[in-house]
Design a binder for this molecule. Structure first.
Ligand code: ATP
Ligand code: MG
Length: 405
């Protein structure tokens, strides 16, 4: 059995100077975690690429996993052959045979040699290998500038040569956890999971915070949020899911604040709790799914008044996104169908008919003075629960359900 290899090209990390080591470690950690049920993978980190080596798992299984890992620009399978021209040529033909070549497709061979004593120099290798490919695949033209296929041949110092032909696009972005930790306000809607995904892709480690209001909200609504966290964990590591009981706060708002202002007060209460969690969870930022103008609480005037209660940075990756684009991403990352389920979350249940779109800060502060704010926040924090959700959360639940039947 010959060793299988992938060559992984870092994303923006190749420009990150002193942090490079930490970036590489985070990337390696995630690759190791995501492949651990398959096989132990050897990871060899170089300056601007990384080799993965393993023995038995098929290429496709590893490729599918690598496609979901942030911080990778592109990657390619690398095939090892004996260091002689005949072996290189026949493996090259095999690789081209696996392609579905279209009319008008072109190719080029690029050779590199770290063994300067190898009988052929790079021009010889390129010419000799290119010649064989051209003979066997006459429909393929040689094209130097923008070939459809680029066959790389590397002659190493030892006994081997390495070939690679097909390059896969990575997820881009930065390694998960390389940009600090954020608390994602995760509801059951379309927006917040997409917001979480975008920040994870920028290297932010995510913990999910969900506000639930039983008995006004159902156990299904809570589970939906957990399954969304599971879908996000697919692109990172297992996610800490923090459930905040919010019913008492909403009852108190309902009793003391008139309808049109209640949305603003409720959002401010959420942020006050988030601020406490930032300290407790040692996080650096809050992430939410707000998009400018989408609903009453997301006008710029509303956001300003709501924001007033905190100094913590609030990251809003979707602020300039249209709903259609958000839905497209949701479909691509596998959160759409979960978000689309009908269970209502606490905001929907208590949503006033016509909330103010331009709340006034003095008015809101006056209304809030009727609430025991500190007591309510303290109580919510004291009663939070935490659960670790991994990417198999939903599948595991379906399995249990089937057994139950
Ligand atoms: P989403 O699709 O994410 O629910 P939305 O368009 O429904 O967003 P809102 O309900 O106004 O918008 O919520 C705005 C943001 O506030 C959400 O994207 C989310 O980050 C946060 N949020 C709302 N409800 C909750 C909740 N129950 N728990 C945690 N965060 C919430
Ligand atoms: Mg919502």
């Amino acid at each position: 059995m010959t060793t299988k290899r992938l060559k992984i090209h870092y994303g923006e990390l190749s420009t990150k100077g002193k942090n490079r080591r930490m970036f590489q470690q985070k990337l390696a950690e995630q690759i190791r975690y995501k492949t651990k049920s398959l096989e132990k993978i050897k990871i060899i980190a170089n300056f601007d690429f990384m080799y993965l080596e393993w023995e038995t798992t098929p290429y496709e299984s590893i490729i599918e996993i690598i496609k979901t890992i942030p911080g990778i620009a592109r990657f390619e399978p690398v095939y090892q052959v004996e260091k002689n021209l005949g072996a290189i040529q026949s493996r090259a033909v095999e690789l081209f045979n696996e392609l579905s070549i279209e009319p008008g497709d072109s190719f080029k061979v690029v050779a590199k040699r770290s063994d300067k004593n190898f009988v052929y120099d790079t021009y010889d290798i390129q010419r000799e290998v290119g010649h064989v490919i051209g003979e066997i695949f006459p429909q393929l033209k040689v094209e130097m500038r923008q070939p459809t296929y680029r066959l790389a041949v590397q002659i190493d110092q030892g006994n081997h040569a390495y070939l690679s032909l097909v390059t896969y696009l990575g997820l881009q972005g930065m390694p998960y956890g390389s940009s600090g930790r954020g608390l994602l306000m995760l509801s059951g809607g379309f927006d917040s999971p997409v917001a979480g995904y975008l920040m994870m892709k920028r290297g932010l480690e995510i913990e999910a915070v969900h506000f639930s209001s039983p008995p006004y909200t159902s156990p299904q609504a809570l589970d939906k949020a957990k399954r969304l966290a599971g879908a996000l964990a697919h692109y990172g590591m297992p996610i800490q899911f923090i459930n905040i009981p919010f019913a008492k706060i909403q009852e108190s708002i309902k009793a003391h604040v008139h309808d049109q202002a209640s949305m603003t007060v409720m959002r401010r209460m959420m942020l006050r709790i988030m601020d406490r969690l930032i300290v407790l969870r040692k996080a650096d930022a809050i992430v939410n799914g707000e998009s400018l103008g989408q609903v009453a609480s997301q006008t710029i005037q509303s956001m300003r008044v709501i924001n007033e209660v905190t100094h913590t940075p609030i990251l809003r990756p979707l602020i300039a996104y249209d709903k259609n684009d958000i839905i497209d991403i949701a479909q691509n990352i596998g959160t759409h169908d979960i978000s689309n389920e009908p269970f209502e979350d606490c905001c929907t249940v208590f949503a006033p008919a016509s909330p103010h779109t331009k709340p006034r800060i003095e008015k809101i502060e006056e209304l809030e003075s009727r609430l025991p704010i500190e007591v309510l926040v303290e109580d919510a924090i004291n009663n939070l629960t935490i659960e670790v959700i991994d990417e198999h959360y939903q599948a595991r639940q379906i399995e249990q359900y089937d057994q139950f039947l």
